[in-house]
Design a protein around this ligand. Structure first.
Ligand code: FES
Ligand code: FES
Length: 175
């Protein structure tokens, strides 16, 4: 039995230490945000935040995360609520600004890659409040591999990241 902290909740899972985190998240914890794309760290569909850094959960063994905080797409609203000090009532009705921006910009086409895109955007915007287009392109193409979208939503993703950045800056001015 291994305990892991996922989206602020401690979970006990019965899986070997070398089981990919993606399998644990989808099969044991029944989360549907992280997607199985390539299984080889080549596409980004499976991304999650590990202590705030984007990792590919398809190649991250369960044993490597037991002392760290995992945040999936489902955990972004609570992450934002905690960062901005929302009450539990407010938090229950809140999406993360990245998710709001993705809806406002109607970014996804088939949607399969968009989990990883939103996770990457969140990681970037927690580090850089006003990213340039070059910053955004760099974030999505650096690291273990570029984030891939077979539908070609790259331009829409850049617009959505800029939209989310504006929302996050506005929220921090209000606080
Ligand atoms: S499924 Fe993990 S990077 Fe493609
Ligand atoms: S929206 Fe279809 S793969 Fe990206």
């Amino acid at each position: 039995m291994t305990s892991i902290l996922v989206n602020g909740v401690k979970r006990e899972v019965q899986a070997a230490n070398d089981t990919p985190l993606l399998y644990v998240l989808r099969n044991d914890i029944e989360l549907s945000g992280p997607q199985f794309g390539c299984g080889l760290a080549q596409c980004g569909a499976c991304s999650v935040l590990l202590n705030g850094k984007e990792v590919r959960s398809c190649i991250t063994p369960l044993g490597a995360v037991s002392d760290k905080e995992v945040t999936t797409l489902e955990g972004l609203p609570a992450r934002w609520a905690k960062q901005t000090g929302l009450t539990p009532e407010q938090a229950a009705k809140t999406l993360h600004p990245v998710q709001e921006a993705w809806i406002a910009e109607q970014t996804p086409q088939c949607g399969f890659c968009q989990n990883g895109m939103m996770i990457k955007a969140t990681e970037l915007l927690e580090r850089v409040s006003s990213p340039t287009v070059a910053d955004i392109k760099e974030a999505f193409t650096s690291g273990v591999s570029p984030h891939l979208c077979r539908c070609g939503t790259y331009t829409a993703i850049i617009q959505a990241v800029q939209n989310a950045a504006t929302r996050m800056r506005k929220a921090s001015q209000i606080l």
